[in-house]
Design a protein around this ligand. Structure first.
Ligand code: SF4
Length: 293
């Protein structure tokens, strides 16, 4: 049996950086709060909790005083930074540089928008931490839309539109949305002097995974995809594997791997989401090896 771990699977550089920062901080002080889970992977979070990390929600954060709190890769709205200042909280900011750049662009667009009566639209999932961070740049004005075309009713097609997207959205969905908005603008007859700017702010660390994963899965007899159940990126990428290779299985850890999935001599591929730690994929590989010892 041959087993290969996909070299492109696992933590993206943003998540890897946040986990590294948390570990360094915990090593030096043994005490650190994290505003939300650093990764959508319970096994990795258990490992960090065992090192002393305490995960808190926004409600607890608002009541916390004189402590050190890590901001995860998704970033936070300005309000969080104000609360930290007022409560003497030291923020360890692990916001991904890609997200920081996007926040800056969205903020700039909001400050330019009133002059031209423009609208800043974010293509993303309402309630997602990254979207909250973007929306928070101007909560009263931000328009968040998803794939549901009903959402487009929130947009005034007579006024300028600047469209951004959550870094983990899918490229095809974004392209379809851009086409639909352009169609509606044209339909209203304001296409000529209308200002519509669409910025593809999808992170390539995520979007490049799909074609790579597809190729990786096609070449294998069996694919074992490792991810936390709560990871939307994981659920989506697993469907990519499943489509490319029907003998694909989703597991959260090595205990869920079943011997009946494999035949001796199979070429097995192990892969995962951007939140899947390498050590977890290695444990799964180890388990599969153990069936044939
Ligand atoms: S997926 Fe991209 S934007 Fe998100 S944390 Fe990773 S590198 Fe940063």
């Amino acid at each position: 049996m041959k087993i290969e771990i996909d070299p492109y699977s696992g933590f993206c550089f943003g998540v890897a950086g946040a986990v590294r920062t948390a570990e360094e901080e915990l090593k030096s002080s043994g005490n650190l709060y994290s505003l939300g889970n650093i990764v959508h992977n319970e096994k990795e979070m258990d490992r960090l909790r065992n090192k002393g990390l305490k995960v808190i929600d926004h409600q607890t954060f608002r009541q916390l005083k004189n402590a050190r709190v890590l901001i995860r890769t998704h970033g936070e709205p300005p309000e969080t930074y104000r609360t930290a200042f007022e409560n003497n909280l030291q923020l360890i900011d692990a916001t991904c540089p890609v997200v920081l750049k996007l926040q800056k662009r969205v903020k700039e667009s909001f400050s330019e928008a009133p002059e031209e009566e423009g609208q800043v639209v974010i293509y993303g999932k309402e309630g997602h931490a990254e979207v909250e961070g973007l929306k928070g740049q101007n909560p009263a004005k931000a328009i968040v839309i998803n794939n549901d075309l009903k959402n487009l009713e929130k947009i005034d097609f007579d006024k300028p539109i600047r469209l951004f997207c959550q870094t983990t959205q899918d490229v095809q969905g974004f392209k379809a949305l851009v086409n639909e908005i352009q169609l509606r603008i044209n339909r209203q007859g304001c296409g000529g002097n209308h200002h519509f700017s669409a910025f593809d702010t999808i992170c390539r660390q995520v979007s490049m995974r799909e074609p790579r994963l597809e190729k990786f899965s096609e070449k294998k007899d069996v694919v074992v995809f490792v991810s936390g159940k709560k990871s939307s990126n994981g659920r989506y990428l697993f469907q990519v594997c499943k489509k490319a290779n029907p003998r694909s299985y989703f597991v959260s850890d090595e205990s869920q791997v079943e011997a009946s999935w494999f035949n001796a001599g199979d070429n097995v591929g192990i892969c995962g989401a951007t939140s899947t730690p390498l050590w977890l994929m290695e444990s799964v590989a180890e388990k599969i090896h153990s069936f044939y010892k």
